[in-house]
Design a protein around this ligand. Sequence first.
Ligand code: ADP
Ligand code: MG
Length: 900
Amino acid sequence: MLGIFGKLLDSNEREVKSLKTTIDSIASFEKKLEKLDNKKLQTKFEEFKKRHEKGESLEDLLPEVFASAREAAKRTINERHFDVQLMAATTLHHGKIAEQRTGEGKTLSATPAIFLNAIPGKGVHLITVNDYLAKRDAGWMGPVYHALGVTVATIVHDEAFIYDPKYKDTSHEDKRLQHLKPVSRKEAYNADITYGTNNEFGFDYLRDNMVYKLSDKAQRGHYMAIVDEVDSILIDEARTPLIISAPAQEPTEKYVKFSKLIEKLDGTSDYVIDEKQRTANLTEHGILKIEKILGVDNLYEKDFSTLHHVEEALKARTLFQKDKDYVVKDGEVIIVDEFTGRLMMGRRYSEGLHQAIEAKEGVEIQQESQTLATISFQNYFRMYEKLAGMTGTAVTEAEEFHKIYKLDVVVIPTNRDMVRKDHPDVIYKTISGKYSAVANLVAELHEKGQPVLVGTTSIEKNEFLSELLKRKGVSHALLNAKNHEKEAEIISKAGEKGAVTVATNMAGRGVDIKLGKYVADLGGLYVVGTERHESRRIDNQLRGRSGRQGDSGETRFFISLEDDLMRIFGGEQVSKVMNFLKMPEDTPIEHGMVSKAIEGAQRKVEGHNFDIRKHTVEYDDVMNQQRQIIYGIRHKVLVTADNQGLDLKEEILDKIAITISGMVSSFSEEQDYLKLVEEYMTIVPLDQNSKKDLEQRLREFQETEKLTEFLVNLTADFYNERENNVGSETARQMEVFVYLNTIDQLWIEHLDTIDDLRSGIGLRGYAGRDPLVEYKKEAFDLFEKLVTEIDSEIVHRIFKVATQNQTPSPVVVGPSVEIRPEVDISLEQETSDPRPNVIAKEEIAKVGETKVTIERGGKVIGQETYGSSGELTKQHGKIGRNDPCYCGSGKKYKKCHYPN
Ligand code: ADP
Ligand code: MG
């Protein structure tokens, strides 16, 4: 009966036992360290670094390092690490997940492991779930690190700070936020320790792979990451990737058209909805109807775009509900976060779904965007040499952590014994019956003075319950869609006598609830769940709010047969139990068997969701490999450029030589000189006279080898000639620019292609073949094509970049032939081509600004503007007349290179 879980507990016990021996050796250092004065303690970091360089491993150093961290915490924040916290720290150091219950002090637990891993000097990242916690925790633990001589910084959206006790910002009441001095992102990453959110770390990585200068990279590598609330980040949030995108120009009428089209369909005959899978599919009948309306013979043959639009419009109409999944406010469709119930301002669903919903709601439709860079959290975090995590709820997802991240879970004992009472679920027939029971219980507890925290799954339900409580005259705090700092303040008071707090699932997470005076005797914090979540883990998080550090407390979930989980997943199992128990019509029942049946249903859903995530990862792996290769090449180019050597020049000339020899070999079959010259001119543009001259000159060669040699040398001469004209520094810049820009541009197109491939792959009849295998194969072919294309583009673009004031000078080849590369013409051609093309003397082309959108989970998080010094941009060809000219002259475009 024990099964896997039993084995898990067994090995956990062994693990805990072995951790205990470490605790003893840590303790043995305490007396000695107590005697050190503060100055001496501050030199500890340097000392450990030296010893590590001389060969002591981190494992060797661990006991003394941990003991030093404990000493520092004692002196600075007056908290001495509990033994169980040091066990957690050891677990983190070993690259595992430490499951520590809420309120056990995970913030402090991480410090010894962070300190230890900062010793190799490669930086340690501590990942938090929101910006508020990133600042709070860095500022809170700042004094501990400072006392040890370690620097700590934090990165949040648009800002970065370093902990500096001398700096004081009194605009915050919370002392922990007062000593954070603003610094650049790069400085923050250069600190020994950097706190920040998963989003910011991920986006910085993507941004770093869009820069044109090595020194513009902010991150210095991915050595160790410790992820706080690791289940939220690596499981819940991992479902949606990070995306940086730019707006693309697509007409918006089509969304309206398709939305209207779907309106004409009939829900009983034209499509079927599967709530469980969250899918909506057209029936044969529905397809015929659409084909008739659109006047096409076969919808599936028309194009992916049409089909895609039809599908998104159908989803928008059938699966996405106003005031549940999203709200419409001030003419905008705003997503409601499924977990927290917050309004996700500015975030958008991807792949045209958001536009489809906008069309359905009849509000203004915002443009679809183009992905510039993207990565999933799975793949971001798998880059770290060492990864570890902490959370109150990991063990239910142990298998997933192990399979996807190779992270094992160790359940750390609590500091004090847990005395919280978890009552069995009570189950009602109807939702309204359930809610009035909840309201009654809350009123009763409130009367008695016992604080209550009610968790709900959405804003709507939050407000509904709030209304019920108002009618009963129960005063309460309502928590949703507020800012994290405020939320933190409210939730921290939820344990006071008589307090009633109604909160969406995870509002105010990361902040623990301390009990007020006399509350322990009243039974402690009472947590009421109003619905079971799909995942037991989320329910456990809610329960975990109560019973911290040996506090008394109670929890209970209220459920109705009309709840989503029951309707969609629980059905059979639960009704069987209900029948067995002969549930009466109008009274609720409370029985362990019901809770068990529900947990059985949850387990099924969890498994199902894990499968989906695993599936996503499998597909994602393909892109991930490709991204690593491309980013690797990119990085090499940046490093080469930074060294100012001739390596790139040689590489480019080699690529040209290969292209030329290809041209000559196809020429040898046809013997068409004019064609050869014209082909050559796609690399080096020539004026009309030079073209004729070159053709004549080529006719003199009999052997193709000699011909190739001549052309290759000629090209090298042109190249050197140009270099003499513009100066070698500019020549090097041109190389970097063309190289990187080509990679970026083609990579972005590739992202799009792969995206289409991926969404289309399921639609193709593969006659029983595995779509994943087919996808991998096709993606591989496309990638090979991409790599060839990058080379070809570089070859064909390098001679077409020009600088300001560059006058093409004649190149003399042999006694009678004068061949002139025609730079001016090519310049004009290139300006009408919407591609970045031109380089300036000092800087890479200054272009019009490009708005860049930062996106997660298909939801826009922020927008950025790129383009002041040559970062990736899509809009070089579309410079405004009044923008600074691309050539870097500083003059307006219309007064400089604007074509007359
Ligand atoms: P968690 O993240 O595990 O929920 P926190 O890090 O927010 O917990 O800490 C919860 C509370 O416990 C904080 O108020 C903190 O000051 C306190 N705490 C943590 N460790 C200790 C300790 N060793 N001694 C005293 N108080 C501690
Ligand atoms: Mg915490």
